[in-house]
Design a protein around this ligand. Sequence first.
Ligand SMILES: *Cc1c(COP(=O)(O)O)cnc(C)c1O
Length: 375
Amino acid sequence: MARPFNFSAGPATMPEEVLAQAADEMLDWPDANGNRCGMGVMEMSHRGKEFQSIYERAEADLRTVLAVPAQFRILFMQGGGLAENAIIPLNLSALRKDASGQGMADFVVTGSWSEKSRKEAEKYCLAHTAASAKADSYTRIPDAASWNLRQGASYVHVCSNETIHGVEYPQLPDLKALGSDAELVVDFSSHVASRPVDWSRVGLAFAGAQKNIGPAGLTLVVVREDLLGHALAICPSAFNYQTVADNHSMYNTPPTYAIYMAGLTFQWILRQGGVAAMEQRARQRAELLYQTIDQSSLYYNTVHTDCRSRMNVPFFLRDAALNEAFLAGAKARGLLQLKGHKSVGGMRASLYNAMPLAGVQALTDYLREFERAPG
Ligand SMILES: *Cc1c(COP(=O)(O)O)cnc(C)c1O
């Protein structure tokens, strides 16, 4: 039987090929030459040669997928995006200090995620809102020329795709052009590997794996080497980027199975044609869904067209009394997890790399069908 289409925001749908390969290798993992080793990946020592080869390939493939330059380190961590909201100020806020000895960090608040990041950072540094789209219900990105960036700030934090509000930066800001010498910190959790990254603008980028890369439990950090070694004294050792980098993400036991699954996903992305292919498909999927929403008189999306997310598409029914019937009909057709985030309401379709175009076609067919005959 065909699998249903899963529009969950995360943990989210995975490429079927990747799941099938993991199933085949579950009891007895084969090495690159096809020799079975008698162990499943979950059972391997993280320091054994089998897992070392899995780890090295995953890191090398990720470097290729995202075109990560040599001066950046790739760290496989734990704690998710929310832990990084603390780990980043613990590691980077003291890059530069104000007269009182406190580090400063600026936040561009474009939705729930960047707001959470700012709040958490307040515990560790002088966190400041450089711009906020809250007054516009997070439907746009404040014009970069209007950002109130502080001289002497260690970093500026942006969330390049707001998973809940469906707002995506068309491109990363160029802080130097804005007259700032702060480092750019990017939360790209929910659209990593769906488009290229301009690393010349970035100091650090991080992502929870469970949106576009693999299972929950793995957090990806890509950080420029010269930003290591500035952690506050109170920073936990297991979260000190320098320590993690020096130990090749094995200061403590890393999330081995999640790294393996992410590695299979990186191989899958490369087989499909890399990030260029992912981006083209993302554009196709998003265009089809937004077009259908915009042409309808039942559904609407409130995000400005210049920053609509290609990965997370929130939408509403003009008659909210139809919401339950809409979701029930979707489920009956194998279209799962379309309910919007509780803070926003309505619906949300997440269209990550692993979502085939056929899933969006099935969804848009249903949107039209339901509009003709609601309930
Ligand atoms: C999912 C997500 C996170 C991470 O959440 P965790 O539950 O801590 O892994 C962080 N930022 C964004 C933009 C997200 O979508």
